[in-house]
Design a protein around this ligand. Sequence first.
Ligand SMILES: [Zn+2]
Length: 322
Amino acid sequence: MIYHDVAGRTGLLEILSWARPHDSAIERAFCREYLDRVPGMTADAFGNRMIAIGDQPHVMWSCHVDTVAARGGQQDVGIDQLGIAGLCNGKAGMSLGADDGAGVWIMLNMIAAGRPGLYLFHRGEEQGCLGSRWIQRHTPDLLKDIDAAIAFDRAGSGDVITHQSYGRTCSDAFAISLASALNGLNPGFRYRPDDTGVYTDTNEYAGLIPECTNLSVGYQGQHGPRETLDVDHCEKLLAAMLRLDASLLVIERDPSKQEDDRWGWHDHYYGHRDDFADAIAEYPLLAAQMLEECGLTLDDFRMAIWAEEMGGDADYRPLMAS
Ligand SMILES: [Zn+2]
């Protein structure tokens, strides 16, 4: 069977040209076109796609196929002389979708190169990690041999995430071993442990898998029409992944113990939030306009208010998931 050649910059830009809201016709078509044609790819009952390469892999690679776009369809993507990709005609409700088209592209190219690992293409991450929550609840056995789950789904270019909403999701020793292995493969890299993660699919596995992290892949300003991707960084990360010796990663954390040891994380977060709220109170119309440009609707906002008034019992998840 012929499958899409996603090699190189052309392949990456092609993936970015598909706006893929969860469970839209175009997201389903994307999965059929780009994932199901890969020999050996399978799907679970939720529609997550997966493939294992190598004998009993111990590392799981993770990304998500959905984007935050309000509507599915084709979109025009451009790239400037510095190698920064963005939408050509970005409007409210649109996004480049390098979150997480970049992760999809890196993983498809690692598969094409036969790099060992369990590859998981999650669905519905932007809707509250639906696909990974489904796996965690219904098919946890899939992950029984996995020591490390590494998502390609973090903004910026230097973070190896140690903490997410769960609390600590990987040990410092693991994060340092991964960061130094990457930095050793590209002297231009500045990867280091970062404890300011929020949510991505690997957060769902923190009670099952010892080391769960998320790696910066080069996007910025995700979830809005001004999202960009540093294509150069993304290509360099892929080149490093094709050479990374995953046996060097230090596995230390005990997934049966939950801890959140971020020093002053909550104080810092709420202090920052107070300043932010003051600024919004001063310029409410500007804040409303910016929220709309990020793809958030008045209904979304009312839902959040409702969840807040329910005292946090409602199943609302922050929209700024990665
Ligand atoms: Zn994401």
